[in-house]
Design a protein around this ligand. Structure first.
Ligand code: NAD
Ligand code: DAU
Length: 374
């Protein structure tokens, strides 16, 4: 058992069947024997199968729908890690309402439960901490030569998703200041790693390349993102919730800033290498299938993070880089094709058809319908 986790009471992890939440509870369940309650609505993006190994452990339970008050009353939560969200920017542009409901109202409901169960007229109960997991997108578009985001960067969200996360962040800050709810906030950059839903750039490109489909790149592909391996993010979240200062914000990023087109080309190389000699017979290298398509509305050109505070205060540092991690990640998606097929449900395929059809000129083969060329 590691010394990373010091809390003795129960944990509540919202969104724990999603990409980051699943990786987080997998790690947490190894670090502590304290009860862990995973609260997840199991939307298209949340899958119990992603954490089947974690749920097999006796101290971990999945709750799909529950009243927060009942959960707080039943378990003596000392840690809450709030990851539940609608997380995909493109979906927020097509239909923003679920983002307001889950990201804003859902956070409000959680804060209210924490207020009711964790605070008294004499102040907050000792030893409780709620970590609200947020995004660097709340800071908006970073100018090409501007210094990276810090905890002091002003909020300027561009997309409905970013605006909903920014709204949630502001509620969290207000519930701390007004009611004394013991919160911490993290604002992290783009994650990649195993179990990421294949709507996001890296897994979408891996699977489309493996399955011989076109690789959509928005606009000129020169937008920049600061990439962080999900394991590094989970280590940061544990450090913040256990050792961060209550009421503080920590920005988290890998310092691995890349243009999207470079990321897509690196994925193509990794997929072609994984496919070995067979790739040539399938119609050429993956990069030949890159298609520059209509840009995302309101697309932020650049995000970048200055993680000095978390490095200095909590001794956190990323261990992975995208170049080192991509070959293993491609292998992971090759070895988890059943999971990929299962999670790309009819609902997801409809979104893919509708969203990419116009962009790819109607020339779309929806995922999961065509046999893999390998
Ligand atoms: P994800 O979409 O993979 O997972 C979200 C999870 O939340 C899913 O399991 C889903 O079922 C669940 N969920 C959705 N609505 C819910 C509701 N109303 N009640 C309970 N559960 C609900 O997202 P992710 O990429 O794992 O992101 C997790 C969190 O981290 C989000 O808050 C996101 O804003 C934040 N974040 C993500 C990244 C990234 O690069 N993926 C970077 C920084 C911050
Ligand atoms: O910065 C943190 C954020 O990173 C998180 O808060 C979000 O939850 C997460 O989804 C991610 O947001 P992005 O919009 O940056 O991720 P996405 O993978 O959707 O896109 C990454 C970049 O690639 C972005 O500039 C858009 C571009 N892109 C994306 C897709 C899906 C393409 O060019 N083509 C695509 O098909």
């Amino acid at each position: 058992m590691s010394a990373v986790v010091t809390a003795g009471g129960a944990w509540l992890v919202t969104g724990g069947a999603g990409f980051i939440g699943g990786n987080f509870v997998r790690r947490l369940s190894r670090e502590t024997t304290a009860p862990i309650v995973v609260l997840d609505a199991l939307t298209y993006a949340g899958n119990a199968s992603s954490i089947a190994d974690v749920l097999a452990r006796p101290h971990v339970a999945l709750v799909k729908a529950a009243l927060l008050d009942a959960l707080f009353a039943r378990h003596d939560f000392t840690r809450v890690v709030h990851l539940a969200a609608e997380s995909h920017v493109d979906r927020s542009i097509v239909g923003p309402q679920p983002f307001l409901r889950t990201n804003v109202d859902g956070t409000f409901q959680l804060l209210e439960a924490a207020r009711r169960h964790w605070t008294t007229p004499n102040g907050p109960l000792a030893g409780r901490r709620l970590l609200h997991v947020s995004t660097d997108e709340v800071f908006g578009d970073l100018a090409p030569n501007a210094p990276p985001f810090t905890e002091a960067s002003p909020y300027a969200p561009s997309s409905p998703y970013a605006a909903s996360k920014a709204s949630a962040d502001l509620l969290v800050r207000a519930w701390h200041r007004t009611y004394g709810v013991p919160v911490l906030i993290s604002n992290c950059s783009n994650n990649y790693g195993p179990w990421q839903f294949p709507e996001k750039l890296i897994p979408l490109t891996i699977l489309n390349a493996l399955e011989g489909r076109e690789l959509p790149v928005y606009g000129d592909g020169r937008q920049r993102r600061d990439w962080l391996h999900v394991e590094d993010h989970c280590a940061a979240l544990l450090a913040i919730v256990e050792r961060g200062r209550v009421g503080e914000t920590y920005v988290v990023g890998g310092g691995d800033e890349r243009e999207n087109i470079d990321v897509v080309r690196a994925v193509c190389r990794a997929v072609d290498e994984a496919c070995g000699g067979g790739r040539a017979a399938e119609g050429g290298e993956s990069a030949a299938r890159i298609r520059h398509v209509a840009d995302r509305a309101g697309h932020d050109r650049r995000y970048a993070i200055d993680a000095t505070k978390i490095r200095r205060e909590l001794g956190w540092a990323p261990r992975h880089s995208i170049d080192e991690a991509l070959p293993a990640l491609v292998r992971w998606y090759v070895e988890h094709r059943d999971w990929c097929d299962a999670v790309r449900s009819g609902e997801y395929r409809r979104f893919y058809d509708e969203y990419y059809a116009a962009r790819l000129g109607g020339n779309v083969t929806a995922p999961g319908r065509s046999p893999a060329p390998r």
